[in-house]
Design a protein around this ligand. Structure first.
Ligand code: ADP
Length: 241
């Protein structure tokens, strides 16, 4: 699913936090939204999700305008930093959750739900802990369950807000590889927010560098390393102190 973002402006009260954002994100790519805290990354992600509405501008998925659609009608999946797993449900139940609450007409049979969840558990290599509760898992395992849960409903677009933020460096690295692998196996389009340049450059097909509510540069990690578009980008990448 390609994502087209055109002329997005967003203010909270009198403060404008996004200024004329224009982006074309091709289908099937893993895109990193990179920038310092307060640069507008989360707000842009929430607008793509339909959780927040822009003051002006349009968003389309595969050429279809979704600007006025509610989040639940955009077929997007989310993964947030703080896991947001249901504590009273097992790993299996957490992953099955999105499918089990679908309207009756769309809801798969119990057997199909089980098959789907088992397949996802295998993919995230957590079949052995299907009957455990989130508290009995490590942080990295919990986040893998969160990925699987968001993928169960086969979203057209997966949006991740600092998905590795709360984890230690080693686990963050492992999870990056997970995200990359799941992404390559399942061919969805994903956008993830991070303030960590190494993370964005390591895992993304394209990086969008943001500063003060504007896009400073968009390009492949190599292109951005080789030709930073501005002094801000250069400094943010750590080339100059
Ligand atoms: P980032 O994700 O890059 O840290 P955000 O999108 O969270 O940036 O925030 C961008 C700016 O918008 C910040 O100055 C933040 O304080 C402000 N902001 C974000 N959400 C709200 C809100 N709901 N109400 C008021 N201001 C907000």
């Amino acid at each position: 699913m390609s994502i087209h973002i055109e002329g997005i402006n967003k203010s909270f009260g009198k403060t404008q936090v996004l200024h004329d954002i224009n982006l074309d994100l091709p289908s099937g790519q893993l895109v990193g939204l990179l920038g310092p805290s307060g640069s507008g990354k989360t707000t842009l992600l929430r607008i793509i999700a339909g959780l927040e509405h822009a003051n002006s501008g349009r968003i389309s998925f595969n050429g279809n305008d979704v600007t006025d659609l509610h989040a639940r009608d955009r077929q997007v999946g989310f993964v947030f930093q703080n896991y947001a797993l249901f504590r009273h449900m097992t790993v299996f139940e957490n992953i099955a959750f999105g499918l089990s609450i679908l309207p009756k007409a769309q809801r798969p049979s119990k057997k199909d739900i089980k098959q789907k969840v088992d397949q996802l558990l295998e993919m995230i290599q957590l079949s052995q802990v299907a009957q455990r509760f989130p508290a009995q898992l490590s942080g990295g395992q919990r986040q893998r369950v969160a990925f699987a849960r968001s993928l169960a409903v086969e979203p057209r677009v997966l949006l991740l807000d600092e998905p590795f933020g709360a984890l230690d460096a080693q686990v963050r690295k492992e999870l990056r590889r997970w995200l990359r692998r799941l992404h390559d196996e399942l061919h969805f389009t994903s956008v993830f927010v991070t303030h960590d340049q190494e993370e964005a450059m390591d895992v993304s097909d394209q990086v969008v560098v943001m500063s003060q509510g504007k896009v400073e540069q968009i390009g492949t990690p190599d292109a951005i390393w080789e030709e930073p578009a501005s002094r801000f980008v250069l400094e943010f990448l750590g080339e100059v102190n």
